[in-house]
Design a protein. Structure first.
Length: 586
């Protein structure tokens, strides 16, 4: 066996440091499609032909894919995510039923207990009826002669004094008339005088068991003693809880809840759900118990079901969480027309905000064109300040304007030269333009909305803003830059066969990767240098890091590098221009 160079002591070992992490797909559109049964949670396509193999021309995913792939240059990656759908939409009806209380006031003090879908409402304060007339008592001074005029004549009713100071010539009738005036003025009782014999009746009906106190307070010697006869049994009369009052009390109790509202009139409580319900969900009204003698009749809501509302059968943010756990390679999100103007789309917008994605919402709601309205998704998302949702107004039933706009951005070549795009002025092939006025265009712009229209023979998109007022191409570029930095830094750390040392040399290696990403984004036109007021050129970016010597001992022990920071200047784009000229005659 012959000797080799290695035997002579010269060895060469080459290690491949070529591993690179996968970059997120900043050109992939995920389209959410409601289905009756989820078979493929998320499925990727690379052409319209691939989509056509699974969907026909009338299906929403095919229409969305047609809008996406109609752009030139043509994007590549399209995905369909299936979400469980709910019921069709039946507008304008809320389930309502009634409880009618009829003759027969309560003869006991039991509570009314009423259930709505197992939520219990208890009405307390029910009183039983003991009589139908007010209590009547007597105060008799008719046995005396003329008053001596040396004291007062009268009585107290439940602690309130009613006293007359007679003159010596006053007869019992005269004194009785004076007391009637005083008692009537008191407001709690009325009195009738018959030759000095007063019949006293309660004006305000009392509570059952309330003792009525009549007490002679006379001190005048001329009239003789006043004879007091308290009301029969010594108690006021009580009417009790009538059918009308029962209806009022039940309505008030139901209104303390959040799921239903109630009104009352002539013994009838009408109950209406606050929110439109879910298809097939039975509404159950149950009169559980009540006082003896109070009769009721319950009418369930029409058909026994809540109103049917158009909403997917599952929460879309939960569905998106599931999709991203299976395949995170998507960035743009579009939804079917059944979801776009539905409140469920709010979950897509909030999910995109929290997960660094872009949601391209489309609305056909005419309220988008009305100044001052607050219900349209365009206005609501503006108020919410969603910077990762772009809302466009479009009435084209066979095309998806948002998917077309996403297709335009999806072809952005971030690793090219001067390749960045803005959506304004761009054509959206296959999408019908809107016939709107200048005033309506300004209203849409005022809501940070977007629209596709034709002017001067040119079909153009206007204007590429998110609901929060940012430019969607800048959000797209910012996310792509962050991913580029992330990939480069992680690629360095995972690629080297030794280590990146915790010193200035190691930090320079990391900083070089960040600077390489920033340099590429100067090349592609996302970042740019500036000239200040003094004519000095400001660089497109400044980058620095905390010196290693200043890193905390805890960070060093945990191998956490000092922060790398940069300030970069966006290139932006020109969307408007004014040209001022002067014409002169020489």
């Amino acid at each position: 066996m012959s000797l080799t160079i290695s035997d002579a002591g010269v060895d060469v070992f080459i290690t491949r440091e070529t591993r690179a992490p996968t970059q997120q797909g900043f050109g992939t559109l995920l389209f959410l499609n409601p289905v009756g049964s989820v078979l493929n949670r998320i499925k990727q396509y690379t052409s319209l032909a691939g989509v056509a193999a699974d969907y026909n021309a009338e299906d929403a995913p095919y229409k969305a894919a047609t809008s996406f792939y109609s752009q030139s240059p043509q994007p590549v990656n399209f995905a369909v995510g299936e979400v469980l759908e709910g019921s069709p939409f039946v507008p304008g009806i809320h389930a309502s039923g009634t409880v009618t209380f009829s003759a027969g006031p309560a003869s006991s003090n039991d509570n009314i207990v009423f259930d709505i879908d197992d939520d219990t409402y208890t009405v307390t304060g029910i009183t039983g009826e003991v009589a139908e007339a007010a209590a009547v008592g007597k105060f008799d001074i008719s046995g005396g002669g003329n008053a001596a005029g040396d004291g007062v004549v009268g009585l107290s009713l439940n602690g309130v004094d009613y006293l007359d100071t007679p003159t010596a010539s006053d007869t019992p009738t005269v004194v009785g008339d004076a007391l009637v005036l005083l008692i009537d003025a008191g407001g709690t009782h009325t009195a009738v005088n018959t030759l000095g014999s007063l019949s006293i009746t309660a004006v305000v009906l009392g509570s059952a068991g309330n003792l009525v106190l009549f007490d002679d307070k006379s001190t005048d010697t001329g009239t003789g003693p006043g004879i007091v006869t308290a009301p029969s049994g010594g108690k006021d009369a009580v009417v009790g809880t009538t059918a009308d009052v029962a209806a009022e009390l039940l309505a008030a109790e139901i209104n303390t809840g959040s799921t239903h509202t109630a009104t009352y009139a002539t013994g009838v409580t009408t109950i209406t759900d606050v929110n439109e319900g879910v298809a097939g969900n039975d509404v159950v009204f149950a009169y559980v118990s009540g006082p003896t003698g109070l009769t009721e009749a319950v009418v369930q809501p029409a058909s026994g079901t809540d109103d049917i509302h158009a909403t997917p059968g599952e929460n879309l943010s939960d569905a998106l969480d599931n999709m991203v756990s299976l395949d995170a390679n998507f960035y743009f999100i579009g939804v079917s027309k059944g979801i776009n103007d539905d409140p469920e789309s709010d979950n897509v917008a909030s999910w995109a905000e929290a997960n660094e994605r872009l949601f391209f919402a489309v609305s056909a709601d005419p309220n988008c064109l009305i100044l001052g309205e607050s219900t349209s998704v365009m206005e609501r998302y503006k108020v919410s300040g969603y910077d990762r949702t772009m809302v466009s107004y479009s009435t084209d039933e066979d095309a998806y304007l948002g998917c077309s706009a996403a297709g335009k951005l999806a072809t952005t070549a971030f690793r090219g030269t001067d390749t960045l795009k803005t959506l304004k002025f761009k054509d959206m092939p296959g999408v019908n333009s809107e016939n709107i006025s200048a005033d309506q265009l300004n209203i849409i712009k005022g809501k940070n909305g977007n629209v596709f229209y034709e002017t001067a023979g040119i079909r153009m998109f206007d204007e590429g803003k998110t609901a929060g007022g940012s430019w969607v191409d800048e959000i797209h570029g910012m996310d792509a830059l962050a991913e580029e930095i992330r990939i480069r830094v992680f690629g360095l750390l995972s690629r080297v066969s030794t280590k990146v040392p915790y010193n200035e040399k190691g930090m320079s290696q990391l900083e070089a990767e960040v600077e390489g990403a920033l340099g590429q984004y100067v090349t592609n036109g996302f970042l740019t240098s500036r000239v200040d007021a003094e004519g000095d050129i400001l660089p497109a970016y400044d980058i620095w890091h905390l010196p290693v010597i200043n890193a905390s001992s805890t960070d060093k022990a945990n191998r956490i590098a000092p922060d790398i920071e940069f300030t970069a200047r966006l290139a932006g784009a020109i969307h408007e221009v004014t040209v001022n000229g002067v014409l002169v005659l020489d």
